[in-house]
Design a protein around this ligand. Sequence first.
Ligand code: SF4
Length: 315
Amino acid sequence: MPAHILGEPLVQLRSNPDGPSTRGGHRLQSIATCEMHWFLRYVLGCREVFPKPWLVQGTLFHLCAAYYYAEQLVRLPDWALERTLTQRMRDVCPHIEEWRQGAVDCFAAYKREHENEPFRAIAVEVERWATLGELGHPDHHLRDELVTCKNDLEVALPETGEIGIVDFKTQALHGSSFPSAVDGAWRIDWQAAYNLTITRAHYRREGIKEPVRGFMIVRATRKPPFKFDRSVVPVAQGIYTQVPGLVALALENENRLLASLRRREKPRRDGVLRGACYSRYGACEFAGVCSAPSVEAKKSELETNFVRHDTGIKL
Ligand code: SF4
């Protein structure tokens, strides 16, 4: 394994069921969308003290799914041995019992509907990595840099034994305007193409001959009446060929931004130009920071509403 991410000692790849991917698609998208967002989130490691309710509820549902499918594995993952589902749900949502119970009820309904699933879980909440060279840029000067993705669930498909990636999405209402396989939104296509490309590189490296066949979205409503659907994401072939180039651009951009931070230059708030401050998903989590009227007010906003996590990036 290459010894560096961003020139720093290798960050231990995480595989907590409620943790983010180390250098995943969201981070690469953040670099492409807003330098300030990338700086606050992925360099300073700022996370909201009180994340948006739908994010917490989504994480709770993911935890229920993770522990359920972990039971099907040959060996329980370390995170399942270290803490129980109940403990981890309390870590994520210590105060609102109704949300915890809502996720449990929702997943119970999902299990009833999919009692006889045709596939077998082979990996749960696992982080996969690949170098840019493995993704298709063997001669690039950043060929040894790692990118990662985290898959909710990897399964062996019936009969062929091919591997499939399953991604859970929760939403408020069935049929609400959610990026889905149905509308083939770029957001999903990018995530599917990106995760598939990295996961394929992983299995190739491991010498596993079964191909990673596709990416399936399972959508669930968070509140009764619970509804679920599943669909295989059709990934436009053009996006596959673009993934290595997009990743290379993002890595180059990130290294350029890190160099400029080391020269004491400030990250730009260019999300303003790209409509990222207020999008269809609501306000950016840092909107209060960016719109604060003074440096003191920005600092106060950051100190009050965010906690810092170590990102391993040193300036
Ligand atoms: S509020 Fe806008 S400018 Fe500020 S970090 Fe978010 S996207 Fe960037």
